[in-house]
Each structure stands twice: as structure tokens, then as C-alpha cells.
Design a binder for this molecule. Structure first.
Ligand SMILES: [Zn+2]
Length: 67
């Protein structure tokens, strides 16, 4: 018995939570799921968690350069 697998969302791996989600936004070449995006927006800049997000996002915005 083979079930037809149609409509299965592929999704992408979120850089924040590391979970494969079908919906989210793209930051440069990386992906942030809608849940994490909402959490980042709702996080105060002086909250400890904000620093964690910034570090994750910084790795996206500043890819390693080889000289
Ligand atoms: Zn996420």
C-alpha cells in the first residue's frame, strides 16, 4: 500500500530554531520561519534573547570572507 504523498510541504530549515518549516521569510540566502520572525520582532533589544537572535542573524549578514 503506497500512499500518495501530495501536498507535503518541503519547507526549509530555519536558522534560528533549526526546524524545517514550510513558511517563513528569507534573509539573504538563509531562512527564518514565521514563528521565529514573530519572536524576534516581539523581543526587546535589551532582552538576553535578543542577543542570541542577533548572533544568529549576524552570521547570515556577514558571511566569512576568505582573503
Ligand atoms: Zn524558526
Amino acid at each position: 500500500m503506497n500512499e500518495k504523498r501530495t501536498g507535503v510541504p518541503d519547507g526549509e530549515t530555519c536558522i534560528i530554531c533549526g526546524v524545517c518549516k514550510p513558511e517563513g521569510i528569507h534573509l539573504y540566502t538563509s531562512f527564518v520561519c514565521t514563528a521565529c520572525e514573530a519572536e524576534i520582532v516581539a523581543t526587546e533589544p535589551d532582552a538576553p534573547k535578543y542577543d542570541y537572535f542577533v548572533k544568529k542573524l549576524r552570521s547570515v549578514k556577514a558571511p566569512p570572507l576568505y582573503s
